[in-house]
Every structure is written in structure tokens, then in C-alpha cells.
Design a protein around this ligand. Structure first.
Ligand code: GUN
Length: 299
């Protein structure tokens, strides 16, 4: 059976470091990190995520501001709010929760965020830095950054000689994940819905990252014996065995099957999920240190 990679534990370690750095910043008379989270509309899953981000920010000792805007907010009004947050010296991180309502151009909104406050790492400046291997100065998207910390726990920082397959090519996870693995010297393949024979390709991976958004798509026979499996998926599926109308969370990986073959695997929940929020806090404290003219902390 595979070793279970405990994302909750690693996330708690990251958050503890963020708290210590926040206290140190205050001790130097440099104030507190400020995080502004913006949500437009009432998507229930987004509301849960945003509440959790705001709560963790407070626990870390941050100034935590949440802007909850109605679904019919105009693009212009949202851009104006971002402009105000960009020029507010108390704010070091700005996160606009996605997805946005269809009448708002999400790309335009993301590019309006000052790159130095783009703790999601979605601005072209940060995407470009990551793509050119400037990982030391980029803000890296939180889910791949957190996944990478879990991979480091298993394999160290240098992945030379290891083959990594990333299933999924999204801008939020798949592409930045592939760039991080490449920067760590892994031999990387990005696979997606148009890839021929996904199972055979997945079986070549020493490190298999699943970020496809399809419940339990990756079966046991997709996994190379001894591989490290990182499951980024969070899917809610019906669970009639728990009672009528009940549901449960599963990843993109059929956990029991994969755990029988893998060397190490992240569970869902309790794997990558907690890391995402922890890395948002890490990016925000990094931003506050840089704004104060201090050396960038590393995680
Ligand atoms: N929606 C789903 N994941 C994310 C994320 O990492 N950042 C933002 N802003 N929205 C999301």
C-alpha cells in the first residue's frame, strides 16, 4: 500500500511559518499583511472557498478584507474596485474568486490586478516569470505551488531523471504545474482530453498529477508501480449508500485502486486541498515582505 501524503499536516506547517513571519514583520514595525478577497455572485462552492480563505487569513494575523458583490455587478465597477485595492498600501494580496459571471471578462479583470499583488499568480507577468523559470521572483498559482511542496516532501527539490505526467492543461493548474516540474528538472509531459492512450502515457510517470476535473477517472492500472500520485481533483458525487440525497467528495483518481499500486498518494479530502489555501497565505506574506523592502521568505 502507498504512503498517504498528509496535506493537512504540511499545510499546517506552512501556515505556522506564515504566522511566525507575520509576527516578525509586526515586530519590525512594518505592519501586517493585507489580503483582499473579492467574490461576485452567489456560487455556493465559491462562497465556501472564499469564507475559508478569509478565515485562514485572520488566523495568520493578516488584515483580511472580503468584498462580496452582487451577481449583476458591472465589469467597470469591479475594475474600479481593483484599481482602489491596487493603490491601497494596506493591501498586499488581491484575489478575485473565479469563475466570474458570464457578463464580466475574467481575463481583463485578472490583468487589471497589479502583478506585485497578484497572489493567485494569474497575471501575464507572473505567468511569464514562471514560464521562463524565474520561480524565485514569480507569484506561483497556489494549487500547483502546494502540490509541488508535497512532491518535494517525497523526492526533494531536484527531480532530475524522473518523468512527470500532468493530466490536464488548465491555466490555473495543469500549465503552471508542468512549468514547476520542469523548473525542478523533471522530464514533463502534459496530457489532456485529446491525448491518445492516456492510460499508457500515465503509466510512464514516476510523478503523476491528475487535474482533469473528472471524478475517479484515473484507475489503478494507469499508475506505474511505486509512482507518486498527486490528486488535484475535488468532485462531489452522489453517495446513496450514506442515505438519500447524500454526497461525498472524491478526487480525479480512483483512490483505493491507485493506492494499491502507487508508492505515495494524496487523499481527497486532506491532500492538495488544504495546501491551496496555505500557499495563498504564503504568497500574501511574501508580498508584504517585498513591499516592506525585506528579503523574500521561501517556503
Ligand atoms: N477558483 C478555483 N480555484 C481558484 C483559484 O485558485 N483562485 C481563484 N481566484 N479562483 C479559483
Amino acid at each position: 500500500m502507498a504512503e498517504v501524503i498528509d496535506g493537512k499536516k504540511v499545510a499546517a506547517e506552512v501556515t505556522a511559518k506564515v504566522k511566525a513571519l507575520t509576527a516578525e514583520l509586526a515586530g519590525k514595525g512594518k505592519g501586517q499583511p493585507g489580503l483582499a478577497v473579492v467574490i461576485v455572485g452567489e456560487d455556493p462552492a465559491s462562497q465556501v472557498y472564499v469564507a475559508s480563505k478569509s478565515r485562514t487569513a485572520k488566523e495568520c494575523g493578516f488584515l483580511s478584507l472580503q468584498h462580496t458583490l452582487p451577481a449583476d455587478t458591472s465589469e467597470q465597477a469591479l475594475l474600479k474596485l481593483i484599481g482602489n485595492l491596487n493603490s491601497d498600501p494596506a493591501i498586499h494580496g488581491i484575489l478575485v474568486q473565479l469563475p466570474l459571471p458570464a457578463h464580466i471578462d475574467a481575463g481583463k479583470v485578472i490583468q487589471a490586478i497589479a502583478p506585485a499583488k497578484d497572489v493567485d499568480g494569474f497575471h501575464f507577468i507572473n505567468v511569464g516569470k514562471l514560464g521562463t523559470g524565474e520561480t524565485e521572483t514569480a507569484f506561483v498559482p497556489c494549487t500547483p505551488a502546494g502540490s509541488m511542496l508535497l512532491i518535494e516532501r517525497m523526492h526533494g527539490k531536484d527531480l532530475s531523471g524522473l518523468s512527470a505526467v500532468v493530466l490536464g492543461r488548465s491555466n490555473i493548474v495543469g500549465k503552471p504545474m508542468a512549468n514547476l516540474l520542469l523548473a525542478a528538472n523533471a522530464t514533463v509531459t502534459i496530457a489532456h482530453s485529446r491525448t491518445r492512450d492516456l492510460p499508457a502515457l500515465a503509466r510512464t510517470a514516476d510523478i503523476l498529477v491528475a487535474a482533469v476535473g473528472r471524478p475517479e477517472m484515473v484507475r489503478g492500472d494507469w499508475v506505474k508501480p511505486g509512482a507518486t500520485v498527486i490528486d488535484v481533483g475535488i468532485n462531489r458525487i452522489p453517495a446513496p449508500e450514506k442515505g438519500e440525497g447524500k454526497s461525498r467528495l472524491v478526487g480525479d483518481v480512483a483512490y483505493e485502486e491507485a493506492a494499491a499500486i502507487a508508492g505515495a498518494i494524496t487523499p481527497v479530502p486532506g491532500g492538495v486541498g488544504p495546501m491551496t489555501i496555505a500557499m495563498l497565505m504564503a504568497n500574501t506574506v511574501i508580498s508584504a515582505y517585498l513591499a516592506a523592502g525585506l528579503e523574500r521568505p521561501s517556503f
